[in-house]
Design a protein around this ligand. Structure first.
Ligand code: PEP
Length: 252
């Protein structure tokens, strides 16, 4: 059976100006420094901050990630960033298909799949987000919706080395609400079963993170759930101390 090393990914979203971001990255790097971390850690800041904070992480094992990328390598796409540009800026991960992109920018599974393929083309790990809305959850549609998103959002070459899945119930993001631990276990188990049947053995090592209102206070119990291989953290990743509490819970 594949051993999956836990991953904690912080998504700063559209937050942070230079001074506070450098301080925040410095605080995180100081906590990571000299430690043989028992899990992988990645910070996904706004693109404007990548060049400002990559030095802070140079001597630590904290990796940098982008929050989105365009599917094309380059071209006439004003305002967009290619996967190659993110790699060039030091990123080794990129989030694709976050529900805020799916909602705010109308991105569907086919677009997410192209973006994940772009991340692979550039040599990065794609963090592919899936998750049901509140209405789908209340209608008992969670497992169907999530399985369809997984199958349709992963490019054929996705495997445990180049892809991570983040299960993020849309209604749990930024709301302070989380599914029960049993619900999280059921969805993660279903994602694993879907990967095994629809995508094959190369996905055995693919990590499946949970995201949605993960905090210092609930991280340990969520990360202990069967088949939860880490967390994608939004709000709590903006506070170095709380973020590190989550990293420490993953490493425990
Ligand atoms: C997210 O947006 O990916 C997220 C998980 O946010 P939060 O932790 O704030 O719910």
């Amino acid at each position: 059976m594949a051993v999956r090393r836990k991953l904690i990914a912080g998504n700063w979203k559209m937050n942070g100006l230079r001074e506070e971001a450098i301080a925040q990255a410095g605080d995180i790097a100081a906590k990571a420094m000299g430690q043989d971390l028992a899990c992988d850690v990645v910070i996904c800041p706004p693109t404007t901050l990548l060049a400002k904070i990559d030095r802070a992480f140079d001597a630590s094992s904290v990796a940098l990630g982008g929050q989105d990328c365009h599917a094309a390598e380059k071209g006439a796409h004003t305002g967009d960033i290619s996967a190659e540009m993110l790699f060039d800026a030091g990123c080794r991960y990129v989030i694709v298909g976050h529900s805020e992109r799916r909602t705010d920018h109308g991105e569907g599974n086919a677009t997410v799949r192209e973006k994940a393929a772009a991340a692979h083309r550039a040599g990065m790990t794609a963090i592919v987000c899936v998750g049901e809305t509140g209405a789908e959850h209340d209608a008992g549609e969670t497992l169907n919706v999530v399985a369809r998103q997984v199958v349709e959002s992963l490019p054929p070459q996705a495997d445990g080395a180049n892809t991570v899945i983040a299960y993020e119930p849309v209604w749990a993001i930024g709301s302070g609400r989380t599914p029960t631990l049993d619900e999280i276990a059921a969805v993660h188990g279903h994602i694993r079963a879907t990967l095994a049947t629809a995508c094959g053995a190369t996905t055995e090592g693919m990590r499946v993170l949970y995201g949605g209102s993960v905090k210092g206070a609930n991280a340990a119990e969520i990360l202990a759930v069967e088949a939860v291989d880490g967390a994608l953290v939004g709000g709590a990743s903006l506070k170095a101390d709380e973020f590190w509490q989550i990293v420490s819970a993953a490493a425990a």
